[in-house]
Design a protein around this ligand. Structure first.
Ligand SMILES: Nc1ncnc2c1ncn2[C@@H]1O[C@H](COP(=O)(O)OP(=O)(O)OP(=O)(O)O)[C@@H](O)[C@H]1O
Length: 384
């Protein structure tokens, strides 16, 4: 429904300041396979941009082009306003001032932590290199481990050493490809938070590649979503939640309950009833003629349930919001800590729905409930 979002925000910042990383109309192919198709993206100093997309969509290739280890077939790369790859010339990777922290960028096992960090500082004199390496290790809280070998450190600590190594030369641009992929969830959350604080301090323009939408939401000032070598949407995390560019983008960010529908005078007709235009869709139905096939999607967190009796608190909270649309039978309830996940058999529709509710509301299997989708968690897209 929404037009593709050009990357205007950071571009504007770049034009004003002439600093940061800018990728203009980058196209790249591996033989007959087009891996990047006219990608334009920019990252301002101090900004963290998360590059998100399914496996094989071109994320790593874009980072490699930015770093200079891969050459685009057309388009240009600029750093601080200067062309580093394109018609105006080519600056080799080591002269671009780009720090890399790639998935497979493991530490050298036979070198101490300090020597690992010193590795990227060969261009400096001994004393200066040591000072800078120690400062980088202190920043990630590992100066005490300078003389240890990597095997003596935990996975999270090793990751922080890799970050120190990437940051030690004080790069203006930092490219991180799945930097937390080897860590379990708890450690990942911790290292990610620490990394983010360090990135803020460094003021580098930073791209972080991930295929995890939650990670992108947590880390990115902006997110760039890629699909099949193209940029689908660039924007703040909230934009992706409120205005995903298309159905696939919405599906990427959360599980959805989906309903086929048809645009009619008053809204959208679906197997569970009429979603009123004024309550649910506002202007988003503009441009879709009467009779147009659409897909209505409801996030599980936005599907409220009502009991038949009007006495309980839950109904009171939601009475003013949305419409009651259809009925369902609770098939299963699953307690997952901070929420309950309910599976629902919807009357008149043969696909089960899921609802995520605050725990303790006491819905039981076989109970009949009314369905009340919240407008802010209900979206509509043209059927493709
Ligand atoms: N060296 C190569 N030779 C040929 N094709 C390649 C090569 N590297 C990548 N490709 C192809 O280019 C496309 C983009 O790959 P890329 O590694 O950039 O994707 P990605 O989004 O980083 O994937 P992942 O998340 O799995 O790392 C894919 O179709 C991939 O198969």
């Amino acid at each position: 429904m929404k037009a593709l979002t050009p990357d205007t925000t950071a571009s504007a910042a770049l034009q004003e300041t002439g600093t940061g990383l800018e990728l203009r109309n980058i196209t790249h192919a591996y033989g007959p396979v087009t891996s990047l198709d006219d990608v334009s993206l920019s990252v301002a100093p101090g900004e963290v941009l998360c590059l998100l997309g399914h496996s094989g969509c071109g994320k790593t290739t874009l980072m490699r082009v930015a770093a200079g280890v891969e050459c685009q077939t057309s388009g240009e790369v600029r750093i601080n306003g200067r062309i580093v790859a394109g018609e105006g010339g080519f600056v080799p990777p080591e002269k671009r001032g780009v720090g890399l922290m790639f998935q497979d960028y493991a530490l050298f096992p036979h070198m101490t932590i300090l020597k690992n960090v010193l590795f990227g500082l060969k261009h400096l004199g001994r004393a200066e290199a040591r000072e800078q390496a120690c400062a980088a290790l202190a920043r990630v809280g590992l100066l005490d481990h300078a003389e240890d070998y990597p095997h003596a450190l935990s996975g999270g600590e090793q990751q922080r050493v890799a970050l120190a190594r990437a940051l030690a030369p004080r790069p203006g641009i930092l490219l991180m490809d799945e930097p937390f992929s080897g860590l379990d969830k708890r450690l990942r959350d911790k290292v990610r938070e620490e990394t983010l604080a360090i990135l803020r301090e460094s003021r580098a323009s930073c791209i972080v590649v991930t295929h995890d939408p939650e990670e992108a939401m947590r880390m990115g000032d902006r997110i760039a979503l890629m699909r099949k070598g193209r940029l689908v949407q660039v924007g703040a995390p909230r934009d992706f939640f409120e205005n995903p560019a298309d159905l696939a983008a919405a599906r990427f960010f959360s599980e959805l309950n989906e309903l086929p529908g048809t645009v009619v005078e008053g809204g959208v007709d679906t197997p569970i009833g009429l979603f009123r235009r004024d309550i649910y869709f506002g202007s988003t139905l503009e441009g879709l003629g009467l009779g147009a096939p659409v897909r209505v999607v409801i996030r599980p967190s936005g599907l409220m349930l009502g009991r038949k009796s009007g006495q309980d608190r839950f109904m009171e909270i939601t009475r003013e919001i949305g419409q009651n649309l259809g009925q369902a039978t609770v098939m299963a309830t699953r307690f997952v800590g901070e929420m309950d996940i309910l599976t629902l058999a919807v009357e008149g529709y043969d696909h089960p729905f899921h609802a995520r509710l605050a725990p303790g509301l006491g819905f039981r299997s076989t109970e009949t409930v009314s369905l009340r989708p919240l407008p802010r968690e209900t979206l509509v897209f043209p059927e493709v």
